[in-house]
Design a protein around this ligand. Structure first.
Ligand code: SF4
Length: 338
């Protein structure tokens, strides 16, 4: 039994001050002695598995009132990081103007988890790599830097084919993040010295030689909001998995299209379930612009989306599957009535 102390933040300032006092470690997301608690759907899970071992938990739920607004002002959408997934998915403005966001949230987890989980926590969820989540495996560079990677030669069916390194091939598990990266979202981050904004595309870090560093957040910083410029009514999220509910993606894609008379003026393509981070397929997007979508174009775009993908013993199938998912989602988005 390990003692844990519980603190309840009273406002944003007290939350970031408490969190910033956490000792800096090699692995801030795993070893940090102080962790924020929002919905708790990742943190408590990993504490029970003994993967995360905080000495202090700072409950940031008192900030919910100020950090949970869903605000569509003209053509700018702002989502508070403590908004619950189910509330955002059910919001009529989101369903109408950003269906890719509503779809990605609805297809994630179970209703109970969606009612608890916050948007901020959702994008920061940890990998489902079995070797990371089971501390009886000693080799895991993400959990224990320098120890090796049991997945490389282990059972790697769920692992990444894009963005991997020789240190880690763990898949980023979320869905909502693919919608955010596709729509060029900005992340508002609150820390001890104030608020800063970064592109969502810069939030997650590919494993490289430091798989334990997963995001650009500094110790003590919290995500306070996400914002998106423009509206994307022709957008969708397609998720393929081993079972139809309460399962992580084997392959997923967020698509957003701007069509004029059937010709693509702008396009967004982001992949999930196949990469180590939320994966924007920019080459695929470039191929779509100025084209009328047909089977040949969809297939060319799908090939480009998986350019450079590397399959391993058990996950090679994800490359062929992912291409089909991209192609199907493109046709699905093009056929939407808006
Ligand atoms: Fe750990 Fe990454 Fe290897 Fe999984 S893939 S065992 S998370 S280092």
């Amino acid at each position: 039994m390990r003692p844990i102390s519980y603190r309840r933040a009273t406002d944003a300032q007290s939350a970031v001050q408490a969190l910033a006092s956490a000792a800096e470690t090699n692995n801030p997301l795993t070893d940090a002695s102080i962790q924020p608690l929002a919905g708790g759907t990742t943190l408590l899970d990993l504490m029970k598995l003994d993967v995360m071992r905080p000495a202090v938990i700072v409950d940031i739920n008192p900030l919910t009132k100020s950090w949970s607004a869903i605000n569509l002002d003209g053509r700018k959408l702002k989502l508070g990081s403590l908004a619950r997934m189910s509330d955002v998915a059910a919001n009529p403005d989101i369903q109408r103007h950003y269906p890719v966001i509503a779809d990605s949230l609805k297809l994630a987890a179970s209703p109970q988890l969606r009612n608890m989980a916050s948007l901020g926590g959702n994008v920061l969820q940890r990998t489902r790599c079995t070797y990371f989540r089971d501390v009886s495996y000693e080799q895991c560079n993400k959990r224990s830097p320098g120890s090796g990677c049991a997945a490389m030669d282990g059972f790697n069916r769920a692992h990444a084919v894009l963005g991997a390194s020789d240190q880690c091939i763990a898949t980023y598990p979320g869905d909502f993040a693919q919608a955010l990266i596709a729509l060029d979202a900005t992340v508002e981050i609150t820390g001890k010295s104030g608020v800063r904004n970064i592109s969502f595309a810069d939030l997650h870090k590919a494993p490289g030689s430091s798989p334990q560093i997963e995001t650009a957040l500094m110790p003590g910083e919290l995500i306070s909001a996400f914002s998106i410029e423009g509206r994307w009514p022709r957008s969708t999220y397609l998720k393929v998995r081993d079972r139809q509910s309460y399962e992580f993606a084997l392959s997923s894609v967020a698509i957003a299209l701007d069509l004029q008379d059937g010709t693509v003026r702008d396009a967004r393509v982001a992949l999930g379930g196949v990469a180590t981070i939320p994966w924007r397929a920019r080459e695929a997007e470039a191929l779509l612009k100025g084209q009328k979508l047909d089977d040949a174009v969809a297939s060319e775009v799908a090939e480009a989306a998986f350019e450079g993908a590397i399959g391993r013993k058990h996950n090679e199938f994800k490359i062929a599957l992912g291409k089909r998912v991209v192609s199907r989602a493109l046709h699905q988005a093009a056929a939407m009535e808006i």
